[in-house]
Design a protein around this ligand. Structure first.
Ligand code: WAQ
Ligand code: MG
Ligand code: MG
Ligand code: MG
Length: 258
């Protein structure tokens, strides 16, 4: 079955020049829109970048394109919130959750070094769980997951049911984590925001679900983190193709509650 006119809409914004000219990453965004909603979708992404706490952009690109592929529906990952008192406690919990998901400790340590090497990252770093080495060749760009969304009305129904804040940020992060972790090559994911005021991050995996951790970095810190821990024996080109191209929509109904 072919979709009738769904569009992938993407935005990236930077300051002191475009990303490819060394500009600072300010904001990115991706969503799926019908033709009739394109004006709202573009405006939403424009607004997101113009009001960003990382600063005012002087470069922005917004583009849309027709999605040819069939859109896959996914259930959101099971979600839990872990309250921690300090960044240190949060980081220790993150490491233990990653190990529980099957990532060897040495590879986690190597991944933390990689994050320090790319302070202006705007996508994700792909790390081979077997040796801790980076397996994409995207440098500061990283791999940007795209073609994913969740209808706000359906997200709010889910959030109300589980008493989770109805925030756009949580929606975006859970959509991304659900898409990434539904691929068999993904072993686990580690993330915290590069927005200075937002300190909650998460570890996600198939078996643990979406594990929010309330304190993963110091308030005011503009260094974010997004690492996909991958089984390096997989075909990496087709994995990246899945992340960037395969369209998915998250959808939840009360009968899916567990
Ligand atoms: N694909 C790949 N990497 C991305 C994407 C994407 N679509 N979007 C963001 N990133 C990377 C990029 O390197 C950013 O610097 C970094 O992730 C952080 O992005 O309370 O807000 O959008 O449950 O700032 C998680 C917790 C919030 C939410 C994460 O990330 C909650 C967040 P941000
Ligand atoms: Mg952003
Ligand atoms: Mg985001
Ligand atoms: Mg951000």
């Amino acid at each position: 079955m072919r979709n009738e006119n769904f569009f992938s809409v993407r935005m990236r914004a930077s300051k002191d020049g475009a990303h490819e000219n060394g500009g600072k990453h300010i904001s990115g965004g991706e969503l799926i829109s019908t033709y009739d909603n394109l004006k709202n979708a573009v405006n939403f992404l424009l607004e997101k970048a113009l009001t960003h706490t990382r600063g005012n952009p002087d470069f922005m690109q917004i583009q849309f394109e027709l999605i040819e592929e069939t859109i896959t529906k996914l259930l959101p990952l099971h979600t839990a919130t872990n309250e921690v008192e300090s960044v240190q406690e949060g980081q220790i919990l993150a490491v233990s959750l990653l190990m529980k998901s099957g990532v060897p400790k040495k590879s986690i340590e190597r991944a933390f070094q990689l994050i320090d090497e790319y302070p202006n990252l705007r996508g994700a770093i792909l790390v081979n769980i077997w040796n801790g080495e980076r397996i994409d060749d995207r440098h500061e760009k990283g791999v940007r997951v795209s073609r994913m969304d969740w209808l706000t009305t359906n997200f709010e129904k889910w959030a109300n049911y589980f008493t989770i804040p109805r925030s756009q940020r949580i929606k975006e992060a859970l959509v991304l984590a659900t898409k990434v972790n539904s691929h068999p090559a993904t072993i686990s994911e580690l993330c915290w925001s590069d927005d200075p005021e937002y300190t909650t991050g998460y570890v996600a995996s198939k078996n643990l679900g979406y594990q929010r951790i309330t304190n993963l970095k110091e308030y005011g810190d503009e260094h974010g983190c997004r690492i996909f821990f991958v089984d390096g024996r997989s075909d990496i080109d087709s994995y990246i193709d899945y992340l960037e191209k395969l369209p998915i929509i998250v959808q939840w109904e009360e009968e899916n509650a567990t």
